[in-house]
Structure formats: structure tokens, C-alpha cells
Design a protein around this ligand. Structure first.
Ligand code: ADP
Length: 333
């Protein structure tokens, strides 16, 4: 068992560890609004998060993502609307809420001279059932930095410490903001594995990220926020398929194909011949339909290549459309 697996085995409520994840809503955000002076940080955001889910919040810089999760965790109070976490309202049940929610702090929130063990012990003292700080540090691969001052840590080590601080209270919900910023590719992947295993133990994860590959890999569902409003909500795959742009398929046919039949398939927008290849553009489940049509024509396709839009394409498309649209609505995937 690796250190990371060892940690994942310890995080989460042992009562629920071996039971299948129920899908009840544990976080509900209703028409959230938060204003800082003249800046409307969050205008109108509503969504709910199911227990055991990794729920992503994506959006351009300044869209209102951090403010939204700060309201969920009780660090800020909404100006209008509400956030309910395990039936608790941060306005009235803040102390109780703290037991359920672990928050990854922004880097600047720790004093530069605080030692790693001091920070962990301090945070552990806030909770009735904390994880063991030593084991947590070991599991995150920064045990050798135990006596180091915060300001002496590298970017990746600071990031690991902030994850440790979010998890030290053995929370039911972990809120992670820009989880892997500053980590090298290997550490990013290792962190993703850790988060998945924490989820597998029954912890619900809310993840703010601007890395679309991270959201695609980790998140069960994502909410896309733009200018303080929710503009799309759904699984990364559905969002990519629906809003990621055209699918391009190409292949070499074993014999003549009837272009008219292919062009008439649902979702197909063009059929072209380029040398020996047929190139088809369109949307939806193009590949299955085309291959089935070819089968019926008695034609075999070789060297089949398919390029479909990804979450990043969907992100760019949806935010661009939203920026140029007066009347906004939520795209449900
Ligand atoms: P994101 O996390 O999507 O980058 P934020 O929630 O941090 O967005 O910020 C949303 C908007 O609110 C931005 O315009 C930001 O400058 C502003 N903002 C955030 N925090 C504060 C604050 N404490 N005081 C004033 N403005 C703020």
C-alpha cells in the first residue's frame, strides 16, 4: 500500500466507508448572490451536490467560483439566496457546519513563519475526531518538512500542506480550490488518485479548477459559472459532447459509398472525399451511425479516426456564447 492509499484509507466517516454511496443531496445552493461593494461577484447561482460526488466548479477568472465555495463553507455569508450543507445553514449553524466541511486554504492564509507541524496541530485542535497529523503528512509525502517553516516550502509542498489542512478534520465534504496549481505533472496525477480514493471512502468533494483535463478526469458533474451566473451544469462527457463542437470522423472505405445515405444520417453536416478517405463532420453519436450505415452498404471502413470536442472546447464555446448573449440561461447536460 502506498502512502497515498494509506491516507485515503483513513479519511472519511468509517460508519459509511463500506456502504454504497447514496445519491442524496448534501449541498444545496439556491439563487446565491454575493456583492463586494460595486462588484457583483455572484449574481445568481443554483445547484445541488450529491453525497459521494466529485463536483467541479469551472469558469473564467473572476467568474465567482471562489466566492461560491466560500459561501458554501460558511466563510462568507450570501447577500441573497442560500446555501444549505447537510441541512445546516451557515448563517445560523456555522459552528456545526465546520465539523462537516474541510476547506483548502488559499496560500496567503497561513503566516509565513508557522511550522508545518504547528499548522496541522492547530487545525487538528479545532475538531473532535481529527486524523493523525503525522500520518497525514507521511501520506502526502511531506513528513520530512514537518519542522519546516511555511515560507520555506516549495509550491508543491505548500499545496500538499493545504490539502492536508483541508482533510485533517476528517470532513464529510472537502472543498478544494485550485487543487493542483503549482504541482508537476506526476504530483498532479498522484493528487488526482488521492482525491478519487478519498471520494471512494464517502467524502463528497467540491473542486474549483481551471484545468479542464482535471475536471474531465475527476468530476462526476461540473457547474460552469460565468459573470456570477451558472451557465451550464452536467457531466463533463455530456457537456463536451453537446457543446464541444463538431465531431470529425474519417476512414478509408473498401468500396464505393453512397454519400447521400451518409449525409442523411442524424447529426451529419457534411460528407467529403479527400483522396481515398471519406471525411464526415457532424454532432452526436456520429461514429456508430456511420459504421452501421456502411455495414448495411456492405462497405468496410479501415483506418477509422474520430476527433470529438472536449470539455475545454465546450468551456470556450459556452463562455463565448454567454459573453455575447444578453439573455442568459442554463445549459443542462
Ligand atoms: P473566481 O474564483 O471565479 O476567480 P472570485 O469569486 O474570486 O472569482 O471573484 C469574483 C469577483 O469578485 C471578481 O471580480 C473579484 O475581483 C471580486 N472579489 C472577490 N473577492 C473580493 C473581495 N474580498 N473584495 C472585493 N472584490 C472581491
Amino acid at each position: 500500500m502506498t502512502n497515498i492509499e494509506n491516507l485515503a484509507g483513513k479519511v472519511g466517516n468509517p460508519d459509511t466507508a463500506d456502504r454504497p454511496t447514496s445519491r442524496k443531496s448534501v449541498v444545496t445552493v439556491n439563487n446565491l448572490r454575493k456583492v463586494y461593494g460595486a462588484t457583483v461577484a455572484v449574481e445568481d447561482v443554483s445547484f445541488s451536490v450529491a453525497e459521494g460526488e466529485i463536483f467541479g466548479i469551472i469558469g473564467p477568472n473572476g467568474a465567482g467560483k471562489t466566492t461560491t465555495v466560500e459561501c458554501i463553507s460558511g466563510l462568507r455569508l450570501p447577500d441573497a439566496g442560500s446555501t444549505i450543507v447537510y441541512g445546516l445553514n451557515p448563517r445560523t449553524d456555522r459552528e456545526e457546519l465546520r465539523k462537516f466541511v474541510g476547506v483548502q486554504l488559499q496560500e496567503s492564509s497561513l503566516p509565513p513563519r508557522i511550522r508545518v507541524w504547528e499548522a496541522l496541530n492547530l487545525f487538528a485542535s479545532f475538531y473532535s475526531n481529527p486524523l493523525d497529523p503525522r500520518e497525514l503528512l507521511e501520506s502526502l509525502g511531506i513528513a520530512n518538512k514537518r519542522n519546516g517553516a511555511f515560507k520555506q516550502l516549495s509550491g508543491g509542498q505548500k499545496q500538499r500542506l493545504s490539502i492536508a489542512l483541508a482533510l485533517i478534520g476528517n470532513p464529510k465534504i472537502a472543498i478544494l480550490d485550485e487543487l493542483t496549481t503549482g504541482l508537476d505533472p506526476e504530483a498532479r496525477r498522484e493528487t488526482w488518485g488521492l482525491i478519487e480514493r478519498i471520494r471512494d471512502r464517502g467524502v463528497t468533494v467540491i473542486l474549483v479548477t481551471h484545468y479542464m483535463d482535471e475536471a474531465e478526469r475527476l468530476c462526476d458533474r461540473v457547474a460552469l459559472i460565468n459573470h456570477g451566473r451558472l451557465i451550464a451544469l452536467g457531466t463533463p462527457a455530456a457537456m463536451a459532447a453537446r457543446e464541444g463542437g463538431e465531431v470529425h470522423m474519417q476512414f478509408v472505405p473498401s468500396g464505393p459509398v453512397d454519400d447521400k445515405v451518409l449525409a442523411a444520417l442524424p447529426g451529419v453536416t457534411s460528407v467529403e472525399h479527400r483522396g481515398t478517405r471519406v471525411v464526415i463532420a457532424g454532432s452526436g453519436d456520429l461514429t456508430t451511425l456511420v459504421l452501421y450505415a456502411l455495414l448495411k452498404m456492405g462497405v468496410q471502413a479501415s483506418d477509422v479516426q474520430v476527433k470529438s470536442g472536449n470539455l475545454e472546447d465546450a468551456f470556450v464555446r459556452l463562455t463565448k456564447t454567454d459573453d455575447s448573449t444578453e439573455k442568459r440561461g442554463v445549459s443542462q447536460q
